[in-house]
Design a protein around this ligand. Sequence first.
Ligand SMILES: C[S@@+](CC[C@H](N)C(=O)[O-])C[C@H]1O[C@@H](n2cnc3c(N)ncnc32)[C@H](O)[C@@H]1O
Length: 480
Amino acid sequence: MGDQFRRWKTLLSWLKDSHGMQIDNENLLVECKYAPGAGKGLFAACPIPPNTALFTIPATAMINSRTLSKIYPPLQGRTLSPVQMISLHLLLYKPPTNGDSEDPLFGPFIDTMPKSFDSHPLVWSVAIELGIRNMIHYQNLLSTLPPSTSSSLHDLKSGFWKDWDAIRSYVTSRPTTSKIPACNAAHLDRFRKEDLGFKMDYTWAWLSVNTRCIYYRLDPLPSSSLNMTLCPILDFANHAPHDTHILPVLPPVSQPPVPTSGPGKRSKTLGGDYTFVSNCEGVISEDTELFLRYGAHSNRRLLVEYGFVNIWNEGDVHEGRFDGEVDVNDIVEACFMAKGLLGDQIREILEQEGYWGDWTLHSTPQPAHPSYRLVTALRLLHCTEDQIQNEIQSWKDVLLGEKDVISQTNEQLWKQTMLDICKTISSRATENLEKLDQRNSNGTMPEWYHWAMGNIQKLWLEELEVASCVANNIIDGVDF
Ligand SMILES: C[S@@+](CC[C@H](N)C(=O)[O-])C[C@H]1O[C@@H](n2cnc3c(N)ncnc32)[C@H](O)[C@@H]1O
């Protein structure tokens, strides 16, 4: 933590001297410290009363599409999205292994970002795809991911490569030299040759964006993709599933003024300094870690997007203390495939009605249950071929609340299929947990490898336990 402490101090000096941030004890109530199992974290530097400003980050110290737009203007009709622009900037100014970033604008901020993302599944997957050698541990980890996690990782990687393609054509589309000051001839060469090491550096840059950016209003449209930023200090905050100690204060947005001169005149309240306040009923005592809830994410999503999972203890799933979730898309799709042409016909109806896919099991709220979408799909799966038109009508009546069920037989059939699905989940989870036990016993692997194996193990245990709770409830005749 020695080097991290030095970087924290340098960051504070930069925020104060270059951006005028107030960092005295009255205005900065947090500090960066080592958070076991999570790298760095944000901690209370003093007792903090409820609803108290923790710190305010000056607008100029954040890395976003507004602070970077002059450096990466539209070129030959090509523009970069905020993710692409920030990733490109980090890539061009990635700190060397044992040194500091050369970025004259945001160097001390970039230096506080993680040195590597070895325990992140995107790194394993990209390294394997690029054929980087000696990556047996990456292969071991990838091959033990639950199918739904692999599928989410696949989707994430598609977005990652699309961003790479956009950045590469933005940078290399001009004749010989770059018009981007930060992009020198060596960078251009590495872009053109699609240098493997450079692509791994890009993985670091893109993951820094994906794991550290937060919502920040730069555009009046709340859902605009422009509304994101990297924000120093706040980006040390780790996630907790339920509590959020830190609340961002979004400045009120007035209607954009009617342009009086020139196009696109913007509301002045957008893109200002960013204040974060404490959100707790009582006083937060000194040295308590302050968490930021990243979202109501499942463990599968947390692992794929951020590289960690929420920790839970034995019994938490059964007792409903942990929001366990299993994605069963692959198993249910196979059930439809097994029905042949009838399965295709039913799939079409489910697609039209918006019930195809996103099928899950949940441990909370109790009783542990299949999602409504899943029950709805399984009911239609069990339509009988000779009665199909009548049963589709009954299925629609159930959706509209005009009928409780299609028929008692249909209820029994979908519940039996649900039990079979739970059995499939249990047996593949048991098999993979045994595999993980064997692989994890290899003591020569780096520490992060065992930590990552532990995360994957947690995912399989979650599948096992949620499936067992749902199966028990079906056997006990619980109504969902
Ligand atoms: C916004 S950063 C938080 C600061 C980060 N811990 C650091 O060292 O810079 C997000 C990253 O922190 C880690 N992280 C956040 N919450 C975590 C948690 N509850 N458990 C383990 N790791 C966590 C993950 O690596 C995640 O991608």
